[in-house]
Ligand binder design. Structure first.
Ligand SMILES: Nc1ncnc2c1ncn2[C@@H]1O[C@H](COP(=O)(O)OP(=O)(O)OP(=O)(O)O)[C@@H](O)[C@H]1O
Ligand SMILES: [Mg+2]
Length: 569
């Protein structure tokens, strides 16, 4: 599966976005319905005003019936007051839903990211992911909570006004609406272009964030090799690109605003000219013309508002595209069914092929059997494929072809917790969690207690604050010791040690060896090392080079192979 988050050309529409967001707010149906009702009634109340005013002019003002005029004014006041109340209710009900939506969207996205395999993190930059998690979710939230209701309100208001316009006087109504119809068509035409610009703007914001996080992660190289200029230059470029794209998106979003004003003016002009002609021919009353003009305003004002909302809508849809690109990825480390009978062989590689990238194979038809209680050594030149083989044993990746079996069953059929319990590994690059020693050991061992550490006192003595020592204060060797303790504490059935002692002095290495010797007799070990004395006691030695695993009969043969391997490459 391809885990590259590329920008799509034709993103999902509003319907797809609403469909994707609906599950997040489903349980707040009540509030949503209340908000919609409030919105609907306030739009209706607002709309009935001009008709009432027109009626008052024709029936009470024209006949000098002032108590009638007063009654109408009172009624109007009541209508508008109730409409404001409805708007207030809608704002209050929607506000809570909006924050919930943002909260849940981020939770969902974060959970998804946590669930994705290593391959995903190798091809996507963390800064861009952070931007999607933070910036893009916010863009979606802003539109759906602040603007969607306004958007719908405007739409309702416009629909109602159009209805009144057409029913009061169909011809005059049509004359008032034609500029809007033209605008609608133009908008539809330009919509994909607008979306593309907004998409590009968000992507460059993601890139900027990635540049920042890259430079923060590489601060040692920056300081040591005086690479400030290099990162400054990269940042300047990303910043300039972001600026230009944001500017372009902003300008395009605003491009149509003057058109809205123009449409409004055109419509007013048409109505005044045509309407006055009708009045002078006695085909229309003055009151009706006044309500008509008010409805034209009622139609075009929200349209102008929608121009501003439209920009938010385009940004939100571009943000939603970037979010859903992650949400629709499948974790390829899924659990499969396998009911093969259990086998005494701890691990078996059956014709395993693997490559990190398509078209660049790293392991080729690898066969390997690991029996309980034995120690295996993997040796080979740098870049030969040892760490890759170890990563497949721990299911950091799945083979592209062939199978890895654990006790006769496909490794993919084990639940992650069970697999992690059975296979312990210390990787060349010991990854530890931020926090203290205790956090890291505790994480490896859910029912951890201090007694578990019995026998490790000698190792712990090397840490200034014992279990409370912060991880970020440790040397590389000390980190390897923590990784070692973490793996051993689990009492795994298979323990993979990838250069686990490469940075550790010989005295400490002897302590580690003693601890390893105390592991249960059936523990299988795979040791990867360049220092050959580390693997002297291995039962079997495998030579790994150019994606192939060849069994070396003895240590002398392994050394010879290593020498020949170097000569070949
Ligand atoms: N994450 C990765 N993405 C792409 N290619 C990778 C990745 N990790 C390793 N490789 C490539 O796979 C090949 C085998 O790498 P591997 O780390 O397994 O070698 P190794 O035998 O462990 O080497 P060393 O002795 O240096 O630790 C190398 O050519 C390397 O460039
Ligand atoms: Mg390696």
């Amino acid at each position: 599966m391809n885990y590259h988050l590329t920008e799509s050309k034709d993103g999902p529409g509003l319907g797809a976005a609403l469909g994707g967001l609906w599950p997040l707010v489903r349980d707040q149906r009540g509030q949503l319905i209340a908000a919609s009702l409030a919105l609907f009634s306030s739009a209706l109340l607002n709309l009935s005003g001009p008709a009432l005013a027109g009626y008052a002019i024709d029936h009470f003002v024209a006949t000098h019936d002032y108590p009638g005029v007063l009654r109408c004014c009172g009624l109007l006041l009541l209508l508008y007051g109730l409409a404001s109340l409805g708007q207030y209710g809608q704002t209050v009900w929607m506000g809570g839903v909006g924050q919930q939506l943002l909260f849940r969207l981020r939770t969902q996205l974060f959970a998804k990211i946590q669930d994705l395999p290593l391959a995903f993190f190798q091809v996507n930059r963390s800064g861009d992911l952070i931007s999607r998690l933070n910036n893009d979710t916010d863009k979606v939230n802003m539109f759906f909570t602040q603007s969607l209701m306004q958007f719908l309100g405007s739409l309702l208001g416009m629909g109602g006004a159009a209805f009144f316009l057409l029913s009061l006087h169909p011809q005059l109504g049509a004359a008032a609406l034609w500029p809007a119809a033209a605008l609608f068509l133009i908008n539809r035409l330009f919509s994909p272009w607008l979306r593309a610009r907004n998409r590009a703007s968000l992507a460059s914001a993601g890139n900027l964030s990635a540049e920042i996080s890259d430079s923060l992660e590489n601060f040692k190289a920056i300081v040591a090799y005086h690479r400030r200029d290099y990162f400054r230059e990269r940042f300047a470029q990303a910043n300039a690109q972001n600026y230009q794209r944001a500017l372009a998106a902003g300008l395009s979003n605003q491009l149509f605003v003057p058109c809205y004003a123009l449409c409004n003016n055109l419509a007013q002009l048409t109505v005044v000219i045509y309407g006055l002609t009708l009045v002078s021919h006695g085909q229309m009353t003055v009151g009706l013309l006044i309500s008509f003009l008010t409805y034209v305003t009622r139609f075009y004002d929200p349209l102008r508002q929608m121009a501003a909302l439209w920009a938010g809508f385009q940004t939100a849809m571009a943000g939603w595209e970037r979010i859903s690109a992650i949400l629709k990825l499948q974790s390829n480390l899924e659990q499969i069914e396998d009911s093969s009978p259990a086998s005494a062989t701890v691990m078996e590689f059956q014709s395993v092929d693997f490559g990190y990238e398509p078209g660049r194979p790293i392991l080729n038809q690898v066969q390997l059997r690991l029996e309980a209680g034995k120690t295996y050594a993997l040796v080979g030149p740098t870049g030969g494929g040892k760490t890759t083989t170890a990563s497949l044993m721990a299911r950091l990746y799945d083979p592209t072809r062939g199978k890895v079996l654990l006790h006769g069953r496909d490794l993919r059929s084990y639940a992650a917790a069970e697999r992690a319990q059975k296979v312990g590994f210390i990787l060349q690059d010991p990854f530890l969690l931020a926090g203290t020693l205790r956090d890291n050991l505790l994480y490896a061992h859910p029912d951890y207690s201090d007694e578990l550490l019995a026998g490790m006192e000698e190792l712990l003595a090397g840490f200034a604050q014992g279990l409370d020592t912060p991880i970020d204060s440790l040397s590389v060797g000390q980190r390897q010791i923590v990784a070692f303790m973490r793996a051993v504490l689990r009492r795994p059935e298979l323990l993979v040690l990838d250069e686990a002692t490469a940075n550790i002095d010989t005295v400490t290495e002897a302590i580690l060896t003693r601890i390893l010797e105390r592991l249960p007799a059936h523990t299988t070990r795979v040791v990867i090392a360049h220092r050959l004395n580390t693997i002297e006691n291995a039962d079997e030695i495998y030579f790994v080079n150019q994606g192939r695993l060849i069994r070396a009969g003895s240590m002398t043969q392994a050394v010879a192979m290593l020498r020949d391997g170097h000569r070949e490459s």
